[in-house]
Design a protein around this ligand. Structure first.
Ligand code: ZN
Length: 101
């Protein structure tokens, strides 16, 4: 989910950087492109998620452990907001649908 959103956000905000296909080790993220900063952010988020101490893991909205470092959370929120809007505008609700259901 975040992987998709970050690639949308990055393509629109960081297109001056050469995007790279980043292998994050997750099948769903195959083929998405990010600049170095975005792949860093994403890698960090994935790492934190894997280390989440709560089982079963609640959705981040309801999570009591604020696992993101300061600033990171805001950045992620901005990315989610922007990309959600963009996908809806582009009529790519199917992508959102795919991730939510
Ligand atoms: Zn980027």
């Amino acid at each position: 989910m975040l992987a998709l959103f970050t690639s949308v956000y990055c393509a629109d905000h960081h297109s001056e950087h050469e995007p790279v296909v980043v292998n994050l080790g997750l099948p769903k993220t195959a083929g998405y492109r990010y600049c170095a900063a975005c792949s860093d952010l994403l890698r960090y988020a994935i790492e934190r998620r894997q280390r989440c101490p709560l089982k079963p893991k609640p959705s981040c909205k309801h999570c009591e452990v604020h696992c993101y470092r300061p600033g990171h959370r805001e950045k992620v929120r901005e990315i989610m907001r922007y990309s959600g809007k963009t996908l809806i505008k582009r009529g790519r609700l199917d992508l959102l649908w795919h991730y939510f259901f």
